[in-house]
Design a protein. Structure first.
Length: 149
């Protein structure tokens, strides 16, 4: 291998390593945001949930169709009013994160929802896609696709 080719190869490896580091940073940031979403959901904290969703939210669910921001918040309120300790957790190892240029990130994963029914936990695992938009330094979910219900 000539010195020129070796230099190009090393430059390519450095570029790949830099891209991986950026991707890992974004992955970690979105994982933190997902944890904040679960914490707000588990605490049934409507104020914190509102802060995590954009006002132009579109929430698509395979078994319920499309709802917007206001209806999503009402749905959270109605769900939490049932008093069944509903909680959400990200399934370990399911998280995928992809950047969206000049917008934010795509989060793909699986999450489990559990609630108490007659003293026993009832759980379901579902797939989701979140589009996160970075607005003024804050991450907000602008689109949700929830499926496999």
């Amino acid at each position: 291998m000539t010195m020129g080719l070796l230099a190009l190869e090393l430059a390519g490896l450095q570029h790949a390593a830099a891209a991986t580091a950026v991707s890992q940073e974004l992955h970690d940031e979105i994982k933190r945001m997902d944890a904040a979403l679960s914490a707000a959901f588990d605490a049934h904290d409507i104020s914190k949930l509102k802060a995590l969703f954009s006002q132009d939210l579109e929430f698509y669910q395979d078994d319920e169709g499309l709802v917007r921001y206001e209806q999503t918040i009402k749905d959270f309120e109605n769900l939490f009013a049932q008093g069944n300790q509903m909680r959400r957790k990200l399934i370990e190892g399911s998280l995928e994160v992809y950047p969206i240029k000049d917008y934010g990130a795509i989060e793909v994963g699986a999450h489990q929802f559990c609630h108490s029914e007659k003293g026993q936990d009832q759980c379901g695992t579902f797939r989701f896609v979140h589009l996160w938009r970075k607005e003024g330094g804050a991450w907000k979910i602008s689109r949700v696709v929830s499926y496999a219900h």
